[in-house]
Write a protein that binds this ligand. Structure first.
Ligand SMILES: [Zn+2]
Length: 353
C-alpha cells in the first residue's frame, strides 16, 4: 500500500491527531493466511477548532464502490483549517472483500454488515467489525455509511434511517435526499449498531455495485457538505433541502413487486422511475414467445430499486415500488417538466451511464 502510517491496534486517533492536522493511517483489522496484516486505510481530518466527530464509511460490502470515491474525495477536499470538528474517513471497511471485489468477507462468505459492533474473540468477520468499531466508530457522534445496490440490481439514490429517532431524522434530512426509507436497520448493521449506541447514523444507497457513477457521487458530496453545514463543522455554509421529500412509514407503503412466472424480462417503464397505477412495469416471456406475463404497478409510485439481470423465476423481485401521495407526485411531474428530475432518468446515471 502506498502512503499512510502503519499504526497498531491500540491506535487512538483522538490522541494521535493534533487539532489543525490531517493524518492518513493504515489500521490493522486482521491477518492474511501469510500472517501479514490486513489493514484498512483511514484518513483523520481534525479541525483547528472543536466540534462534532463524524465518520464516513465505504465498502462495508466490498464491491460497492460509489462510496469509496465519495470518501476519497471528502478526505482530500477539506482543510483542517476550515473545520470545527473531526472527519473520520474509513475508505474501505471490508478490505478482504474489496480485494476479491465481492460483497461479503471471503472467509465463509460472512456479511460484515450483520456483525457490528463485533466481538473480540469470535469469527473473522466479528473480529474485524470489533476492531473497526472500537478503534473509530465508537469515538464518533454521527455517521454516514455508503452502500449501493447488490449486483444485478440497481437502486435509486436514497437514504435509509431510523426516522423514529429525532436526532437520526435531523441527520437524514440534512443530507438532503429526496427519498428516505424508514427502518431501524438489519441486526448487526453498522448503522443499527452505531445508532443504538447514540451515534446517529444513516445509510446512503446509491446506484450499482462495481461502478463509479459520477452524477451520484457528486450528489453525495453535496449531501456530505450539507451535513457538515447543519452540524456546524463548516459554519456559515448553506444546508441543502430537496424540493420534494418522501419517507416511508414502518412498512406499508413500499413493496417488492415479484414475478409470477419464469422467463426473460423486459422493462417497460421509463425513462423516469415514476409509474402510475396499472401501468406495465415489465413483461416476462418464455423462449418461444408463446407465453407473456405483464407485471403492472399496483399503485402510483416511485421505483426505488430494480432488477437488472434480465431473467426471472416465480418469486423473483423485479422492482421495489414506493407509494407516492398526490402532492409528491405533482412535484415530481413538475420537476420532470423542468428537467430537475433528470438525475433520476433511466438514461441518466441511475440505469445507464
Ligand atoms: Zn451494501
Amino acid at each position: 500500500m502506498h502512503g499512510g502510517t502503519r499504526v497498531s491496534a491500540e491506535y487512538d486517533f483522538t490522541e494521535d491527531v493534533d487539532p489543525g492536522t490531517k493524518r492518513h493511517v493504515r489500521y490493522p483489522v486482521g491477518e492474511t493466511y501469510l500472517g501479514d496484516p490486513v489493514e484498512i486505510p483511514v484518513t483523520i481530518v481534525r479541525g483547528e477548532r472543536d466540534g462534532p466527530t463524524i465518520f464516513l464509511s465505504a465498502a462495508v460490502h466490498g464491491d460497492e464502490l460509489n462510496g469509496v470515491k465519495v470518501v476519497q474525495e471528502v478526505a482530500s477536499r477539506y482543510d483542517p483549517a476550515d473545520l470545527h470538528g473531526t472527519l473520520v474517513c474509513l475508505h474501505v471497511v471490508n478490505v478482504p472483500a474489496f480485494y476479491a471485489q465481492q460483497r461479503d468477507v471471503p472467509i465463509y462468505d460472512q456479511d460484515l454488515n450483520r456483525t457490528f459492533p463485533g466481538k473480540k474473540r469470535a469469527n473473522t468477520a466479528q473480529r474485524m467489525a470489533h476492531r473497526i468499531y472500537q478503534g473509530f466508530v465508537s469515538e464518533c457522534d454521527l455517521g454516514i455509511d455508503f452502500h449501493t445496490s447488490t449486483r444485478n440490481r440497481t437502486t435509486i439514490y436514497h437514504v435509509r434511517a431510523d426516522l423514529e429517532d429525532p436526532s437520526v431524522e435531523r441527520l437524514a434530512r440534512s443530507f438532503g435526499p429526496n427519498v428516505v426509507l424508514y427502518g431501524d436497520g438489519d441486526g448487526g448493521s453498522l448503522r443499527a449498531a452505531a445508532t443504538s449506541d447514540g451515534i446517529s447514523t444513516i445509510t446512503v444507497e446509491m446506484g450499482r455495485a462495481h461502478r463509479f457513477q459520477a452524477v451520484l457521487i457528486e450528489k453525495a458530496l453535496e449531501g456530505v457538505e450539507s451535513v457538515l453545514a447543519e452540524y456546524e463543522l463548516l459554519p456559515g455554509r448553506p444546508v441543502h433541502w430537496p424540493g420534494w421529500y418522501v419517507t416511508t412509514a414502518i412498512d406499508t407503503e413500499k413493496r417488492w413487486i415479484r414475478a409470477d412466472s419464469g422467463g426473460l424480462v423486459e422493462m417497460e417503464w421509463g425513462p423516469y422511475p415514476l409509474v402510475y397505477a396499472d401501468e406495465p412495469i415489465c413483461r416476462i416471456t418464455n423462449h418461444f414467445a408463446s407465453r407473456e406475463d405483464v407485471v403492472r404497478a399496483p399503485f402510483t409510485g416511485l421505483i426505488v430499486g430494480v432488477l437488472e439481470n434480465p431473467v426471472a423465476l416465480p418469486g423473483h423481485p423485479v422492482c421495489h415500488l414506493l407509494r407516492l401521495d398526490a402532492d409528491t407526485r405533482d412535484e415530481i411531474e413538475r420537476e420532470i417538466e423542468t428537467g430537475e428530475f433528470d438525475g433520476y432518468r433511466i438514461h441518466g446515471d441511475w440505469i445507464d451511464e
